[in-house]
Design a protein around this ligand. Structure first.
Ligand code: GLC
Length: 589
């Protein structure tokens, strides 16, 4: 398995760049970007909005969202104040994993439109100072990709080594998987291929065979894909499952993960849970990140941002993802803050503080929601749904970070999982039912209004996932008219993040660090402007007082910039009253 050189030589990479560069420069002018994205720092402290294209806006009435649908909603996104859209995969795909199983990296799935539609989206978004970020799935392809079809055709096929083939372990004369490695989506990560008498490795679904990143030809092909989309004007890539590219070449068993009783934990699929030390975050990942960065940096006059899907074990591992010389990822996702999944002041304080102080001067990327996890209502304190949302959004937008949000967060869309197994679309929900219901609940259609299909589909058709009943009250049209809506809360926070110098890029310091109820922090810009943020994490009223002399801030008066509906303006820094889950943001004067 992976016989080709581990640790690709620099000589190969120089060659690959030499091949790609002329094509890049020839098309640079065609792909010139919006002025906002010519600022090389546009992504720092910006807002990135994730769109699951299947569920955002259906323009042709087939019940599935598409690219023209996204284009038709750009004015709305501009009014929200976002800087970039991350589109989850829109390439041709059998759609087993709804696009994360790609069969052609340089085209658009007809369900979503055409390359011309994509180019129009880029152009129209650029006019509104919005950049497009593509999802780059490098770890695996679809089993229907011609590369894999060739690879599995025979042991001697020239693409055999593009994937991870392995001889079986023979037990009592019968072939068994080479080791106990598990797929993230349940059961063995090895799939038997009777025709050629070997197993192939798949970290995700059986239909998603892993590529062999030790093979120089695989790297060359994927760097070509990267430059293809740069030529089409994208401003960045979200690198899917990027820590999974390499596996330990010894192919030995992982340790079992033990529960408190010393016995292996059993996962939702009924498997004995194993560790991922041999299949995740191996050091060779960093070589690839540097190479991807070199391709991205071939663009002139445009910053192409590399964002990583980085579920890691520690802030130390997160720091390494930026590279020792800032030559790897720009924005590895910090999953430690957003996916704590405990609405607890001390834990939030510790995680936010780590991100602000332990990744040196790098830019943190915070994210609370995506297409793989229940929405922020997972933190819900019934009946305080919206109140909790105010707090989450304040942490996301008033911290010193790049903020990544998920479509529908801004109106408070709620996770709506299927109630019957026969309705499940995400295969892990079928394999794992009822413990694992899959990810349909966070992928339901965007709720635009209270009309047929919530305005998602133009003709009131059967949508690919049902419209959640909550659309009657939770929808864009209604919230645009309500001054105290979640939508306005998001708009105001995003506007402050962009316009207020302290909230834009001011340093961040935690305040009142012994307070178990209220999370508070100071943002201070280089010119001394200071803003305090206080978030009540409880359902009881709280009062806070700040002494900022140690931070060199001497004023005691406050000018309110934003507060949760119904709260009074505080008289001074010494007496800020917060209602249940109340949030206060004020400039010190
Ligand atoms: C990432 C994606 C997820 C997908 C998986 C396999 O984790 O976010 O949706 O299923 O990779 O590509």
């Amino acid at each position: 398995m992976k016989a080709a050189a581990r640790g690709l030589s620099c000589a190969f990479f120089a060659l690959a760049l030499a091949v790609l560069s002329p094509a890049l420069s020839a098309q640079q002018s065609a792909a010139s970007t919006a002025s906002a994205h010519q600022n090389p720092n546009w992504w720092k402290n910006g807002v990135i909005y994730e769109i699951y294209p299947r569920s955002f806006q259906d323009s042709n009435g087939d019940g599935i969202g598409d690219l023209n649908g996204v284009t038709s909603r750009l004015d709305y996104l501009q009014s929200l104040g976002i800087d970039a859209i991350w589109l989850t995969p829109i390439y041709p795909s059998p759609q087993v994993d709804f696009g994360y199983d790609i069969s052609d990296y340089e085209n658009i799935d007809p369900q979503y439109g055409t390359l011309a539609d994509f180019d129009r989206l880029v152009t129209e978004a650029r006019k509104r100072n919005i950049g497009i970020i593509m999802d780059l799935v490098l770890n695996h392809t679809s089993d229907k990709h011609p590369w894999f079809v060739e690879s599995r055709s025979s042991r001697t096929n020239f693409r055999r080594d593009w994937y991870m083939w392995h001889d079986p372990k023979m037990v009592d004369g019968k072939p068994e998987p080479p080791n106990n490695w598990l797929s993230v989506f349940g059961h063995s990560a090895w799939q038997w291929d009777a025709k050629t008498g070997q197993y192939y490795y798949h970290r995700f679904y059986i239909q998603q065979p892993d590529l062999n990143w030790n093979n120089p030809e695989v790297r060359k092909a994927m760097y070509g894909v990267e430059s293809f989309w740069i030529q089409h004007g994208v401003v960045g890539f979200r690198l899917d499952a990027i820590t999974s590219l390499f596996e330990d070449p010894t192919d030995t068993d992982e340790n079992y993960v033990l529960g408190p009783d010393g016995k292996p934990l059993i996962n939702a699929y009924g498997d004995k849970e194993v560790d991922t030390l041999k299949t995740d975050n191996l050091p060779e990942v960093h070589d690839v990140l540097r190479e991807l960065r070199q391709v991205a940096d071939q663009t002139h006059g445009r910053k192409v941002v590399l964002i990583g899907e980085t579920y890691l074990r520690s802030v130390d591992d997160l720091r390494k993802m930026y590279g020792p010389h800032n030559d790897e990822l720009d924005l590895p996702m910090d999953m430690e803050v957003g996916f704590i999944n405990r609405f607890d002041t001390n834990t939030f304080r510790q995680r936010v503080n780590e991100a602000e102080t332990e990744i040196e001067d790098e830019q943190p990327l915070f994210v609370f929601d995506n297409h793989d996890n229940p929405r922020w209502d997972r933190y819900d304190h019934n009946p305080h749904h919206d109140d909790v949302g105010h707090v989450i959004a304040a942490v996301l937008f008033a911290s010193r970070d790049t903020a990544m949000m998920y479509y529908g967060d801004e109106i408070g869309m709620v996770t709506t999982p299927p109630t019957r197994k026969e309705d499940v679309k995400d295969p892990i929900g079928i394999t794992g039912w009822p413990k694992e219901k899959g990810r349909d609940g966070e992928r339901t259609p965007m709720q635009w209004n209270d009309g047929p299909d919530a305005g998602f589909s133009p003709r009131g058709v059967k949508t690919w996932l049902p419209i959640p009943p909550s659309y009657a009250n939770i929808n864009v049209a209604a919230e645009e008219h309500e001054p105290d809506s979640m939508l306005h809360w998001y708009q105001q926070l995003i506007a402050l993040k962009k316009s207020d110098p302290a909230l834009h890029d001011g340093a961040e310091t935690m305040l009142n660090t012994a307070d178990e109820h209220v999370l508070s922090w100071l943002r201070k810009s280089d010119n001394g402007e200071a803003v305090v943020v206080a978030c009540n994490f409880t359902d009881q009223p709280q009062s806070v007082s700040f002494d900022l002399s140690a931070q060199g801030v001497h004023g005691t008066h406050l000018k309110t910039l934003l507060k949760t509906p119904g709260a009074a303006d505080p008289a001074s820094l010494h007496s800020i009253q917060l209602g249940p889950f109340g949030v206060y943001v004020g400039r010190v004067q």
